[in-house]
Design a protein around this ligand. Structure first.
Ligand code: CDP
Ligand code: MG
Length: 694
């Protein structure tokens, strides 16, 4: 490694850094890293762990032993933190300090501090199990308990215990960072390694339960309106200081920002506002798939007299710290992927947050001075619907993809990988990874979609599926303005759908991709057709990346091809069936469908689908994902024929002892059932996907 001293500017925010709590601990911290192979570092959010520790290690020369890698569960965090750190150190982003997230690699051969998502790190381990390029690996945000970070914890421990098998693993330093919480468990997991605590200071935050929503709001998003009203209330009646609002996802946040914007325009600052120094409101959304240039704005102080209001997902709870926040407005909800036993698969659900998460959110108001947190829910909601702690991802989502990765790494005994403390030991059948499995694990995509892609490649029609896989990997491309323009947008979208020939959401995406690509000015085409240009632009880049991976695989020795007889539309839809056979439903009563995975849940087609309103014409369908609000909705839908899936379906009905379990339910505690269900779900996934189809 060489580190040039070519700095873009004087190290920037340097004057600010000594104020962070971590600064006092600099020497002790570096010493602790020097003396230990494993170290747990904990401290309040905002104390400087993520941005400062890698710099300290850099200054102390740790980069001479290899890169300093820092993992983050969220891509936005990886990107913005890398930006911040390169700026603080006066380097150009992507050189000495860089980041890598799925489909976006901003590093170079000079990179010594590398921020990345935990998923990317897992991929790097696949290619290089000894992590020979690294001197230090920092697993950040361990308290979030993301699936990939949990698995990384296990792998790091295993690598180390194995000692000699990977030549230099013993000299690799592993640091686990966590906001608070369970540091003892983490230390025990790594053979009682030391825990370094950064003493923090925070200011008191007064917490108010505003009781604007009740139990009925659990199903639905009526709370968005209440949140908007609350924000306006705070803006007009509280003294200067920025506001941080917690909502659940992109479309909700965009809707809230629109509403806020309109209402804020009507404020007369001569009469309506209590604090006369406040004369404007700057509304900024913050969610995972946002473009990076917009993210940067979030951290900048607003112009004088203007109050900043950041409307964010849970990402602002721990991974990002925005300075200047004095007021928090908490919706009480979060969107998360969870295994839903009613449908028997992973679905996106909007659920109440846990009490500990609510405390964490409130704490964001007290970083620099006293603050206030306004909770739109009431005490009753808190007591009845908010659990004490959140369930870690590893216990609530399907593990198929991770298990396949582990198996490719030669970790067959997944149960032993983890200490019971960290991971609920799943039962599983043994199975070998086939050639197909090895091909699949190379794609940074959900397994079903990867299967579709490989099938399409075998049949010689990958040019149809690559754009679709890309479009499904970026943020939503369809703009739904939700106001008087909604009709116009819908008409445009419908035009694209009908041009696409067949009414289905997958060809619709393909059509958007192709039309945009071949148009003279892609950005104006998007504007005219109510399509997010930014999203399609990323899809273009994702498509070429996927196509490179596919090309590599096709060049390998035993890539077999097949002939297909039938129409293009059949070819297309049969390819989809090869990966989505777990997501099959058949029409039942009225507009509803019944899933065919052995659970027989009732689902409806989401209003955003091109097939919405056409239900009566349909019989069998496959779908990309499920969203649960007041109803269970399937999104991105395609009609299929029973013959195409019938040979795949019986495997889905082999539902072990699951059925039997229903009998015994009353006698066991809910917690046991939940554990048991995730175990069973896991077994099914393993049995069906790893054993039979991969
Ligand atoms: O990791 P931890 O929560 O301990 O703190 P951090 O993320 O390192 O943040 C330390 C400080 O840097 C906070 O005061 C943030 O407000 C600031 N920061 C920033 O201004 N801009 C960023 N993009 C990231 C952090
Ligand atoms: Mg952090």
């Amino acid at each position: 490694f060489t580190v040039s001293s070519r700095r873009t500017s004087r190290p920037a925010a340097a004057e600010n850094m000594p104020r962070l709590p971590i600064y006092q601990q600099k020497e002790r911290l570096v010493e602790a890293v020097r003396c230990n192979a494993f170290l747990v570092v904990t401290g309040e959010t905002g104390s400087g762990k993520t941005t400062q520790l890698p710099q300290y290690l850099f200054q102390a020369g740790f980069w001479k032993g290899g890169k300093i890698g820092v993992t983050q569960p969220r891509r936005v965090a990886a990107i913005t933190v890398a930006q911040r750190v390169s700026h603080e150190m006066g380097f150009t982003l992507g050189r000495e300090v860089g980041y890598q997230v799925r489909f976006d690699d901003c590093t170079s051969k000079d990179t010594v501090i590398k921020y990345m998502t935990d998923g990317c790190m897992l991929r790097e381990i696949l290619a290089d199990p000894g992590l020979t390029q690294y001197g230090v690996v920092i697993l950040d945000e361990a308290h979030e308990r993301s699936l990939n970070t949990d698995v990384l914890l296990g792998l790091m421990k295993k690598n180390h215990c194995r000692g000699g098998s990977h030549s230099r693993s013993s000299s690799l330093k592993v640091i686990v960072m966590s906001a608070t919480l369970e540091t003892e468990k983490l230390s025990a997991f790594f053979g009682r390694c030391p825990v370094f605590t950064i003493p923090g200071r925070t200011f008191p935050v007064s917490e108010q339960f505003c009781n604007l929503i009740g139990p009925k709001d659990i199903d639905g998003s009526g709370y968005v309106k209440e949140v908007v009203n609350m924000v306006l209330d705070v803006h007009t009646s509280e003294t200067a200081g920025d506001i941080l609002v917690f909502l659940t996802g992109q479309s909700e946040i965009e809707r809230a920002c629109d509403m806020l914007f309109k209402k804020a325009e009507a404020i007369d600052y001569r009469y309506d506002v209590r604090d006369r120094t406040v004369d404007g409101l700057l509304i900024l959304p913050l969610y995972g798939s946002m473009p990076t240039d917009q993210q940067r704005q979030i951290f900048q102080p607003p112009p004088a007299g203007v109050r900043k209001c950041v409307v964010a997902t849970n990402i602002a709870a721990t991974s990002l710290t925005i300075s200047g926040i004095r007021y928090v407005v908490d919706s009480g909800f979060v969107k998360q992927l969870a295994h839903n036993s009613r449908v028997g698969m992973d679905v996106l659900e909007i659920v109440p947050i846990s009490k500990s998460e609510a405390e964490q959110r409130a704490g964001r108001a007290g970083r620099t001075s006293e603050g206030k947190c306004f909770r739109i829910y009431g005490r009753e909601f808190w007591e009845k619907y908010m659990p004490d702690y959140m369930v870690p991802e590893i216990q609530r989502t399907s593990l198929t993809s991770v298990i396949l990765t582990l198996k490719c790494l030669g970790v067959h005994d997944v149960i032993r990988l983890h200490h019971a403390h960290l991971l609920l030991p799943p039962c599983f059948r043994r199975g070998h990874v086939t050639e197909l499995g090895r091909q699949m694990v190379q794609f940074p995509l959900p397994l079903g979609l990867t299967r579709v892609l490989l099938r399409a490649a075998a049949l010689g029609c990958e040019e149809l599926m690559l754009p679709i896989a890309a479009m499904l990997s970026v943020e939503n491309v369809f703009i739904r303005p939700g106001n008087q323009k909604q009709k116009e947008a819908e008409t445009k979208h419908r035009e694209i759908a009908s041009d696409a020939g067949k009414n289905n959401d997958f060809t619709m995406m393909l059509s958007v991709f192709e039309k945009c690509k071949s148009s003279e000015s892609p950005s104006s085409w998007c504007r005219e057709n109510w399509i997010h240009w930014r999203a399609v632009k990323s899809a273009f880049s994702v498509e070429s990346q996927l196509s490179e991976i596919l090309l590599r695989i096709k060049q390998q020795r035993d890539f077999s091809t097949e002939e297909f007889e039938g129409s293009q539309s059949e070819l297309f839809r049969q390819c989809l069936c090869s990966g989505y056979f777990t997501n099959v439903a058949r029409r039942s009563i009225g507009k509803s469908f019944c899933t065919m995975d052995g659970h027989g849940s009732t689902v409806h087609i989401h209003p955003s689908s091109a097939l919405f309103g056409e239900e009566s014409q349909l019989d069998w369908i496959i779908f990309h994902d499920v969203l649960v609000t007041s109803r269970m909705y399937v999104r991105t839908v395609c009609p299929i024929r029973y013959e195409w899936v019938k040979d795949l379906l019986p495997k889905l009905h082999e539902v072990d002892a699951y059925e039997l379990s229903n009998v015994a339910r009353e006698e066991v505690t809910e917690e046991e059932v939940a554990k048991w269900e995730s175990k069973e779900a896991f077994k099914r996934q393993m049995g069906d996907q790893c054993d039979s189809s991969i």
